[in-house]
Design a protein around this ligand. Structure first.
Ligand code: DGY
Length: 326
């Protein structure tokens, strides 16, 4: 059976696929596979191991042909895949919500929270560039995280891990909003279920952990940014379009919020859809930007590789997928 992998990934999964006796074809260039090449290379495949940077629509499914049984997306999110087109063609789609990934992304959100509160990036820049001229009682005053209120929007695996870490380690008060209450989080971590508007109005840090679906597109818009405290920070390790980036830049410019930690962007790899907004984000010291690396640890990426392969092996052996996308 033939598997096509759209870009080289950590080897745990590749080894499993080869050990299972499949013929594994990997796009060799270290970049996003061009559309034309993708359409050519998927022809006759039984499985595709895709990345979040690949748009998998009906055109790709059609090009693959009738043997295609599974698309294993190497990501937790699967907004790059047309699920209904896959369903119509009887192709199973899977994702990689490995426990390691949930921990890693939660860690990254925590890293952004602390880096913003303690002004770490700005402090490093000043020190590195010989702008530190001696101890100063007012130099780079930040804010404590301990004892503050964190609003968590979306309490799936990643949001729940973030809550656990913050409450266990930093005595944080948690407000959360989701499609339905989560009694376990309420019992274990004294998390309080509140409407989104209340969460925004009361939190010192707001962290986004929702999938990108039509209902979450621009969930954080100008009106909702207006509700946040002037001293509050917004963290996004979910998907860029969950925030209206133009509205965010306007809020930052007007000092309506204190800052933002962004791992994902509208129109990635740009920082925002409008050029002048990207330019603003790139020079603002109260904004920390990371290039969609919230899951970029060896542990998480190997776990993703392994889970993507295990999903392919399960489906091609006519067993249920381990983590179907839905
Ligand atoms: C995911 O898994 O969806 C991340 O965004 C990629 O690391």
């Amino acid at each position: 059976m033939k598997i096509f992998i759209t870009r080289r990934i950590p080897d745990a999964g590749i080894k499993l696929l080869k050990a299972a006796g499949y013929s594994v074809d990997i796009y060799k260039e270290d970049r996003v596979i061009p559309r034309k090449e993708l359409l050519k290379r998927v022809t006759g495949c039984d499985a595709i191991l895709s990345l979040l940077t690949d748009k998998i629509d009906d055109g790709v499914l059609k090009a693959a042909g009738p043997k295609l049984k599974v698309i294993a997306n190497y990501a937790v999110g699967f907004d790059n895949i047309d699920l209904s087109a896959a369903k119509k063609r009887g192709v199973i789609v899977t994702n990689t919500p490995a426990p390691e990934v949930s921990e890693t992304v939660a860690e990254h959100a925590i890293a952004l929270i602390f880096a913003l509160a303690h002004r770490i990036v700005e402090a490093d820049h000043i020190t590195r560039n010989n702008k530190y001229h001696g101890w100063d009682p007012n130099l780079l005053l930040g804010t404590d995280v301990i004892g503050k209120t964190v609003g968590v929007i979306g309490t799936g695996r990643i949001g729940a891990n973030l809550i656990r870490r913050l409450v266990d380690g930093f005595d944080i008060r948690i407000l959360y909003s989701d499609v339905q209450p989560n009694k376990e989080l309420e019992k274990k971590y004294h998390a309080t279920y509140v409407p989104l508007e209340k969460l925004l109005a009361q939190s010192d840090f707001v962290s986004l952990h929702v999938p990108l679906v039509p209902a979450t597109h621009h969930l954080i818009n100008a009106k909702r940014l207006q509700l946040m405290k002037k001293t509050a920070y917004l963290i996004n390790t979910a998907r860029g379009p969950v925030i209206d980036s133009h509205a965010l830049v306007q809020a930052l410019k007007a000092k309506r919020i204190a800052g933002a930690g962004l791992d994902v962007f509208e129109g990635e790899p740009q920082f925002a859809l409008k050029k002048q907004d990207s330019a603003y984000l790139q020079q603002a010291w109260n904004v920390i930007l990371t290039p969609h690396t919230a899951s970029a640890t060896i542990e998480a990426r190997q776990a993703m590789s392994k889970l993507a392969a295990d999903n392919i092996i399960a489906v091609l052996s006519e067993k249920p997928a381990l983590t179907p996308a839905r």
